[in-house]
Design a protein around this ligand. Structure first.
Ligand code: WT7
Length: 654
């Protein structure tokens, strides 16, 4: 954690409340009794939830706590994730739609459970024919095409762990992830569609693989049809690989604790963390929370508008909904392509009944105006969800009124890549919601808010959010780095999981999330580490030193503000600033481009040489500067402040 972390302020007051609609409450999957039942015996509660899955062999023990914090769930149980998502629905739901898929250019596919099962089996057989085996890792780097969930499930079927790398990451980020978990196979596409443009996925893979000598195969979906470079012997077209494969594929019987996937996320150092999720507990957590939080019914049309490159897509596009036999909408493209009503057009045509979005998207829709949703009949929507960052009450109210017709309850779901499943959220048939609050821990989850030394703070005070008991979908470790796992999450307070978020509880016991307490930013619901971006900047030959902070942004939640000192012989100008922003895009990906870069002769530092990011945040957000008495070079601050106000006024995006 940073040396200069701000005191967590807890001043927000919000007194509007929204009780659950009576009809929804009467028929809800979760009723009020569930909280007491779960609290009385959490292990029995989770064991009951796990029984909703198909197990090949039963477990002997619900949770093994003998080696804290390396918990094991459903010890001895065996199951296969793809069987739970597909095979067990075939009899009753074979012809039910799993995905209403819509491509960005407007092409569509209707994919039933039977279709998806066949696609997954064929690819699984294809992967086996390439030599992919149980225990291997496979990287997946694609846009939101149906082959993406199929690839995840095909890996799961044959016991290979997938690591999905978001298509917006650069070749270098892809390379680092492939190397970190030693993938031998990559599944990708020629290109992806995004906002009417082509994203060169295969070209990025080619570049990444120059430095990944152990990768033997890349499997390439033909999506846009543009020409791509081809390495004979290594590259295979997806459609050719699956063409002659059998439509059945024997699934591996996986141990409940066998690796299901690794998903990289930013931490407080330059090196992303490989979050490890295993099979039995994870599926139990996502299936159960998906059923209760979204109150899923057989005829719902559920739409999670995230990308499978993030954990939201893993848990609430692929594993949770498919375990529950849901019909989902899946959309490939950008929300403003070809026009700013694209999402509402899709929601209307498929009669979506549940929609799950990020606050940053909601704020963008607010900016675009109410005329776009107003053009469409959104009366099918009965439940709305939010995830990724605190949702400000204005955005909550806008979502409620203009998308939910003033009727649909909103579930503000707090969780993390690490937690695997939703942890704090309203239950839509039980909870009276308050705009901006994630309400309470779900049944079977126990949280607390503590001070610096780990003591519970009184209600109303701010503090650090912790989870006090293990839960089934929890991360098991960081791939290849048990020490960092223990250090990051479990070393601050004895026996407690440190989430890294500030929070406060109000007088009704509702949780209000207050943002990260470490050097992690949340830009458009994407987690980025300040240090990762600093390292990318310093990697440029002109840069001597850099400091990066997240400053408040009305649309993206936070925006990346960078402060850079150049090497003495270098002259800084606007061209160099543009070049530095591009350099970050090349090193990490376009999502990590700083919104503003201020070139300065010096950075504010303590006498021990630590950069005072707190002051840079104050400057970036035009606040009265905090305490400067510990500064070694106080004069630099006003100089930076002047330049920063110019840079932010002209801060461009791209
Ligand atoms: C961080 C986790 C969980 C999927 C998307 C992000 C923030 C997430 C909320 C919420 C306030 C939230 C937290 C958390 N966050 N949901 N409902 N209210 N903050 O996953 O990239 O692992 O980021 O996102 O700061 O720690 P992630």
């Amino acid at each position: 954690m940073s040396d200069d972390r701000p005191t967590i302020e807890a001043l927000q007051v919000e007194d509007r409340t929204f009780p659950p609609p009576a009809d929804l409450a009467a028929a809800a999957n979760a009723k009020a009794e569930i909280y007491d039942r779960a609290a009385a015996d959490p292990e029995a509660y989770w064991a009951e939830e796990a029984k909703a899955l198909d197990w090949m062999e039963p477990w002997d023990q619900v949770v093994d706590r003998s080696n804290h914090p390396f918990y094991k769930w459903f010890v001895g149980g065996k199951l296969n994730a793809s069987v739970n998502c597909l095979d067990r629905h075939l009899e009753r739901r074979g012809d039910k739609v799993a995905f209403h898929w819509e491509g960005e250019p407007g092409d569509t596919q209707t994919i039933t459970y039977r279709d998806l099962h066949e696609r997954v089996c064929k690819l699984a057989n294809g992967l086996r024919s390439l030599g992919v085996q149980r225990g291997d890792r496979v990287a997946i780097y694609m846009g939101m095409v149906p082959e993406l969930p199929a690839a995840m499930l095909a890996c799961a079927r044959i016991g290979a762990a997938h690591t999905v790398v978001f298509g917006g990451f650069s070749a270098e980020s892809l390379r680092d992830r492939i190397l970190d978990c030693d993938c031998r196979t990559v599944i990708t596409a020629d290109e992806a569609w995004r906002g009417g443009r082509h994203i060169p996925l295969k070209a990025n893979v080619d570049e990444a693989l120059l430095e990944c000598p152990d990768v033997e195969h890349s499997v390439v979906v033909k999506r846009t049809g543009s020409d791509v470079e081809w390495t004979e012997g290594r590259d295979r077209w997806y459609h050719e690989l699956v063409a002659d494969q059998a439509a059945e594929c024997e699934p591996e019987a996986m141990d409940a604790e066998d690796l299901l996937y690794i998903l990289y996320t930013s931490g407080t150092t330059g090196k992303p963390k490989g979050i490890v999720h295993t099979t039995g507990g994870y599926l139990t957590g996502v299936a159960s929370t998906h059923k209760y939080v979204f109150d899923l019914k057989e005829d719902d049309v559920y739409w999670c508008a995230a990308d499978c490159g993030w954990v939201t897509g893993h848990s609430y596009i692929v594993y949770g909904p498919l375990c529950n036999g849901a019909t989902s909408v899946m959309f490939e493209g950008a929300p403003n392509f070809p026009a700013e009503d694209r999402l509402w057009d899709i929601a209307e045509r498929y009669k979506a009944s549940i929609l799950y979005l990020a606050p940053t998207a909601i704020r963008m829709f607010m900016k675009w105006g109410t005329q776009h949703p107003a053009k469409h009949d959104l009366s099918s929507l009965r439940l709305l969800g939010s995830v990724g960052e605190p949702i400000n009450p204005e955005a909550w109210m806008w979502y409620h009124e203009h998308i939910g017709g003033g009727q649909a309850p909103i579930v503000d779901t707090w969780w993390q890549t690490e937690t695997g499943s939703i942890m704090i959220s309203p239950l839509p048939g039980v909870t009276t919601t308050k705009p901006g609050s994630a309400a309470q821990p779900l049944p079977g989850v126990t949280a607390d808010i503590v001070d610096e030394v780990g003591t519970s703070v009184p209600q109303g005070s701010g503090g650090y959010l912790v989870l006090t008991e293990p839960w089934p979908a929890m991360l098991r470790t960081l791939y290849g780095d048990d020490d960092r796992f223990v250090e990051t999450y479990w070393s601050q307070y004895q026996g407690l999981y440190l989430a890294g978020d500030g929070a406060r509880q109000d007088d009704d016991g509702y949780y209000w999330l207050l943002g990260r307490i470490d050097d992690v930013m949340n830009v458009s619901g994407h987690r980025l580490s300040t240090i990762e971006i600093e390292s990318a900047l310093v990697d440029h030959p002109a840069v001597a030193e850099s400091a990066v902070v997240g400053r408040h942004d009305d649309t993206t939640g936070q925006a990346i503000a960078a402060f850079v000192t150049l090497k003495s012989e270098v002259h800084g100008d606007d061209d160099l600033i543009a070049e530095l922003r591009n350099h970050v895009a090349i090193k990490i990906g376009p999502i990590a481009k700083p919104k503003s870069i201020v070139l300065t002769d010096d950075l504010p530092k303590t006498r021990s040489g630590k950069i005072m990011r707190r002051l840079l945040r104050d400057i970036s957000e035009n606040r009265q500067l905090g305490d400067v008495t510990t500064l070694a070079n106080a004069e630099v601050v006003s100089e930076i402040a002047d330049m920063a106000s110019d840079a932010h006024a002209s801060g461009d995006e791209g």
